[in-house]
Design a protein around this ligand. Structure first.
Ligand code: PEP
Ligand code: CO
Length: 451
């Protein structure tokens, strides 16, 4: 198997520079961990990744809309049934709302079951004169500020696999076991809109209610109402992990990274001659690349040539994360380049990562209204270019945290301290996520009506 993989070129990345990798202190321990991962069962199957590629292709054509969401960084100790259920519930609720506005299927992808590695701006962190390695995500080290916690520990690669497996197990159970029934998901949304604070969404919730009742009446008790597909995704940052979970698909003979259905390359590791682009070019999963405000038309052309040389629909997604103040200036030329070159790409907006700032009281935060503004900018740019806004990439949690300011709850700087839990970036809480879904759904309905 390892020889087949080598023949397939999956090790070419080792000759390239890999940014954002930890310095593992113990090479033997790393080898033991990757040897173990090379023998474990795959987390996802090639056929599932192929199905997702087809859905992403549909989103690129405007025949579906993508909702990709979850934590900035998953935490091992938070992979509990309650928290995973809340996150899935939030995604499913958002998906129903978006389906109504888009009048197309919504492709649901969790930033879940593997989102454990984080890029950081510095290798070390100093507090009160003590300098330790930075926290790079639970797959590498632990966030507490002690020597023991911060030294990169390769056993964590194996732990990440097992926690991902149990998370995926719940994702599969919750989406097929009756929990995801459209009628119950919609009933949760009705509960949300019944809260007087969210009165403004009550009308759309009632419209969805009529549509759901009509569907149930017209179609009877069909399976489509009861089960949903929920795919997994994460940033393919830690190449030791991704390589060790790569397998040759017995049907097609092609390599797939079986750690998740969709893998993405982050803004800091998308160098054309870098190890991340090289590695992901060698696997057959659908891929995404984040594009920040410094990206130019050449990035679009060259990344597409390298990652999708055969211009296959659904293989390549670009996730624009420009910042609300830049999206209207920085995105048009990228979208126009892809359009004019005939590149088959699916465009998503990540309205989170270009809109982070530190509040006066010192919390890393984002504003709900700014996030929404970037989504609006994304729609405007696509409308002007005659291209397709394919979906939304969001950092969220199903819990009632206070990390993002604004929204109907009007979380202000003072309220951030109430329940600020994230170890890395601030996430929309449950209510803010649903509110965002209602507002984006309105934008989608408006865009549809104008066509
Ligand atoms: C992220 O998605 O958490 C992230 C680090 O994003 P980006 O690569 O766009 O900065
Ligand atoms: Co983040």
């Amino acid at each position: 198997m390892q020889e087949d993989l080598a023949r397939a070129g999956v090790d070419r990345f080792r000759e390239r520079e890999a940014k954002q990798q930890p310095t593992w202190p113990d090479a033997d321990a790393l080898k033991r961990a990757t040897d173990t991962l090379e023998t474990v069962p795959p987390l996802v199957f090639a056929g599932e990744a192929d199905v997702l590629r087809g859905h992403l292709a549909a989103a690129g054509r405007g025949e579906a809309f993508v909702l990709q969401g979850g934590d900035c960084a998953e935490i091992f100790s938070e992979a509990t049934a309650d928290r995973i259920r809340n996150k899935i519930k939030t995604l499913l609720q958002m998906a129903v709302i978006l389906t109504y506005g888009a009048s197309t299927p919504v492709v649901k992808i969790g930033r879940m079951a593997g989102q454990y590695a984080k890029p950081r701006s510095a290798d070390v962190e100093t507090r009160d004169g003590v300098t330790l390695p930075t926290y790079r995500g639970d797959i590498v080290n632990s966030s507490e500020f002690t020597e023991e916690a911060r030294v990169p520990n390769p056993q964590r690669l194996v732990d990440a696999y097992h926690v991902s497996a149990s998370t995926l197990n719940l994702m599969r159970a919750f989406t097929t076991g009756g929990f995801a029934d459209l009628r119950s998901v919609h009933a949760w949304n009705k509960g949300f809109a019944a809260n007087p604070a969210y009165k403004r969404y009550d009308q759309m919730a009632s419209e969805i209610d009529r549509a759901v009742k009509f569907m149930a009446a017209a179609g009877g008790d069909f399976d489509g109402l009861r089960t949903v597909e929920l795919f997994s995704s994460h940033e393919a940052l830690l190449l030791d992990y991704e390589r060790a979970l790569t397998r040759i698909d017995s049907r097609s003979g092609r390599p797939y990274d079986t750690s998740a259905h969709l893998l993405w390359i982050g803004e800091r590791t998308r160098q054309l001659d870098g190890a991340h682009v090289e590695f992901l070019s060698s696997v057959h999963n659908p891929l995404a690349v984040k594009l920040g405000p410094t990206s130019g038309p050449e990035d679009v052309k060259q990344l597409a040539a390298k990652l999708n040389p055969e211009n296959v629909e659904g293989r390549l997604t670009f996730v624009a994360r420009m910042g609300a103040d830049k999206v209207r200036d920085a995105l048009p030329r990228l979208v126009e380049t892809a359009r004019d070159e005939g590149l088959k790409v699916t465009w998503l907006t990540d309205p989170m990562h270009g809109n982070t700032f530190t509040s006066e009281s010192g919390y890393k935060t984002r504003k709900f209204e700014t996030i929404l503004d970037e989504v609006k900018g994304f729609f405007e740019v696509h409308r002007a270019a005659g291209t397709i806004p394919g979906g939304l990439h969001i950092e969220l949690t199903g819990d009632d945290v206070t990390e993002v300011m604004g929204g109907t709850e009007e979380i202000d700087d003072a309220a951030l301290a109430r329940r600020y839990e994230t170890k890395v970036d601030p996430r929309l809480n449950h209510g803010q996520s649903l509110e965002m879904a209602f507002l984006v759904s309105e934008l989608l309905a408006k865009a549809g009506a104008e066509q």
